[in-house]
Design a protein. Structure first.
Length: 140
């Protein structure tokens, strides 16, 4: 059983998948930083200095009464919060990742179509002669 697992684990597809997962995790961190640190601050500024990561609603007050300026302050006080700003950031991150994957798949599909559209090499002379012989025998 261990031998079978080793054969499975070192197959090309499994190794490729592992590399893809690792690169995907790193790409996800980059996109998360892009959304949190570069995209959302200007949008928040345009909307009146709103920090999306701190948009939340109080569902239940904590041990210390509010108002709470940040999600962390509310959670430290024991309040139950509905963190819709973090959700908005996550949705934007997802859209960016999905769009990047779409562009990647689109490029791969174009390359496949180009490869399929390439003219094939003419058949060898022996094959042409054999086809001519076959055709002449069918006529006879």
């Amino acid at each position: 059983m261990l031998k079978e697992f080793r054969e499975f684990a070192v197959r090309g597809n499994v190794v490729d998948m592992a590399v893809g997962i690792i690169i995907g995790a790193a790409f996800g961190k980059i996109v998360d930083s892009l959304v949190k640190d570069l995209i959302m601050p200007p949008i928040g500024l345009m909307l009146g200095k709103v920090d999306f990561s701190n948009l939340f609603a109080i569902l239940r007050e904590g041990a210390q009464a509010g108002p709470y300026l940040t999600v962390e302050a509310a959670q430290k006080a024991g309040a139950v919060t509905f963190n819709y700003g973090v959700f908005i950031n996550t949705v934007i991150s997802f859209v960016i990742v999905a769009f990047a994957v779409f562009l990647l798949i689109r490029a791969i599909n174009r390359l496949k179509k180009q490869e399929e559209a390439k003219p094939t090499a003419p058949p060898p002379e022996e094959v042409v002669l054999l086809r001519e012989i076959r055709d002449s025998l069918k006529k006879s």
